[in-house]
Design a protein around this ligand. Structure first.
Ligand SMILES: C[S@@+](CC[C@H](N)C(=O)[O-])C[C@H]1O[C@@H](n2cnc3c(N)ncnc32)[C@H](O)[C@@H]1O
Length: 225
């Protein structure tokens, strides 16, 4: 499969908000992690900062640390400068082609030994739950949980509906396609990212699939970095 979608180069930035180490949280939502670049593209980030707008439109209160940026346009960091990229419940909002493109950007910006951790809703679990649900409307609950029905409101809330669903095989395959040779399925809180507990949401634990990969020398040689 060739799913090349080229991201336009984003303007590089100089350094992380609080330290020399750059750590990036893609699709952070309103849960920001201290010491990370917390990136989200929701229009409500900008709108909620216009006086009076947040209350009038009942928008969420976005922490000031959240930077509005569309990762489909690339990541605003130089090659090989980022220590960790974390993303929770965001890759499923991209098409498969877009998710490969964003993962390639993660590959580009990560240092050797840098870590990408992707957390998504686990389609395998949703299917298993359906198969043991004996209630008459199990089929409807199953379909609802997929959240695949886009509406015009997604323009204001890009986190409301999904464009794809992953299981462990497809998430590993997507990261391999992006250039990472050894993605591994892991668990809540089990990570090479120091202090992962500061960014990982307990509220996502029961429904999530966790896959992590370190950018290795073999990946780098294969792709000429
Ligand atoms: C379901 S929320 C997840 C929030 C949080 N990470 C969590 O696990 O609860 C997905 C987030 O991804 C953001 N998002 C969707 N597409 C994006 C894009 N192209 N660039 C940056 N953020 C995006 C949405 O605005 C939304 O806040």
């Amino acid at each position: 499969m060739n799913h090349a979608v080229q991201a336009a180069p984003a303007k590089p930035v100089a350094q992380s908000p609080t330290s020399d180490e750059i750590r990036v949280n893609i699709g952070c939502g309103t849960d920001v992690a201290e010491g990370w670049w917390n990136i989200d593209n929701s229009p409500s980030v900008t709108l909620s900062r216009v006086p009076g707008m947040r209350r009038a439109l009942k928008l969420p209160e976005w922490p000031k640390e959240v930077r509005r940026h569309d990762v489909l346009r690339g990541l605003p960091f130089e090659d090989g400068t980022v220590s960790c990229v974390y993303s929770s419940h965001t890759f499923e909002h991209f098409t498969y082609e877009q998710s490969v493109s964003v993962a390639r950007e993660c590959f580009r910006v990560l240092k050797l030994g840098g870590v990408l951790r992707v957390v998504v809703p686990d389609l395998g679990k949703i299917v298993r739950d359906y198969l043991i649900d004996e209630s008459p409307l199990a089929s409807h609950r199953f379909v609802e949980r997929l959240l695949l029905g886009h509406t015009w409101r997604d323009a204001l809330h890009p986190g409301a509906h999904h464009s794809q669903m992953f299981d462990r095989r497809s998430l590993v395959a997507m990261l391999r396609e992006a250039g990472f040779s050894n993605p591994q399925v892991t668990q809540y809180g089990v990570s090479k990212i120091p202090d992962v507990q500061k960014i990982e949401l307990e509220s996502r634990r029961a429904e999530s699939l966790y896959v992590e990969v370190e950018k290795s020398r073999e990946d780098g040689e294969a792709r000429g970095h």
